[in-house]
Design a protein. Structure first.
Length: 192
């Protein structure tokens, strides 16, 4: 009996050190060597200052920026509290919020169908992407606010549109932060 107990305790200690300490250190070390940007959250810096991550959405509400999906994470885009609203499709709160967001989005395009991702949150509440249709819906507003041609803005959207992974996984998408940063860097923008 005592021999079995000692074997069990030693086995627990060895496997804890091996798989609870050694393996995580090995994986972390390898990821820092071979995939440093991805392992550190794909952070984006502009002029040496941290402005965000390619993986976590941010709110943009100024009319001269493309707007992200709504967020239900905490107080909005809170990475510490990611998650959806958990409202049922028949929830009055959800229906009222979507109706309000739809009406606000239609101020630029009265009566037009609003792309669903501009009025619904993702499951995590932190999705950094919108669909190409959602970007196209916002092109005229952004172009007008920035005194750019719609074609110039569409070209930037096309530049930031990512296709399906491996040609068949997921949907085409546009990273809102990267697109807005590129807009800020546009030499044609007068800044007015």
């Amino acid at each position: 009996m005592r021999k079995n107990l000692i074997t069990a305790v030693l086995y627990t200690i060895v496997t804890t050190l091996l798989f609870g300490v050694g393996y995580p250190f090995l994986v972390t070390g390898l990821s820092q060597i071979f995939f440093r940007d991805k392992a550190n959250g794909q952070l984006i810096r502009k002029d040496g200052e941290l402005v965000g991550s390619r993986l976590i959405g941010q709110p943009f509400s100024a009319p001269n920026y493309f707007h992200s999906r709504p967020s239900a994470a905490g107080n909005g885009y809170d990475a510490a509290n990611s998650g959806g609203s958990n409202y049922a499709p028949t929830s009055k709160k959800l229906v009222d919020r979507v109706a309000s967001d739809t009406a606000a989005a239609q101020t630029d395009h009265p009566g037009a169908d609003v792309p669903v991702d501009l009025v619904t949150a993702s499951a995590s509440g932190l999705d950094p992407h919108i669909t190409p249709a959602a970007a196209e819906f916002q092109v005229s507003r952004v172009a007008q606010e920035r005194h750019l041609s719609e074609q110039d803005v569409r070209s930037l959207v096309a530049k930031h549109t990512q296709g399906r992974q491996l040609g068949f996984l997921g949907e085409p998408r546009v990273n809102v932060l990267e697109l807005n940063l590129d807009l800020d860097g546009s030499s044609n923008w007068t800044g007015k």
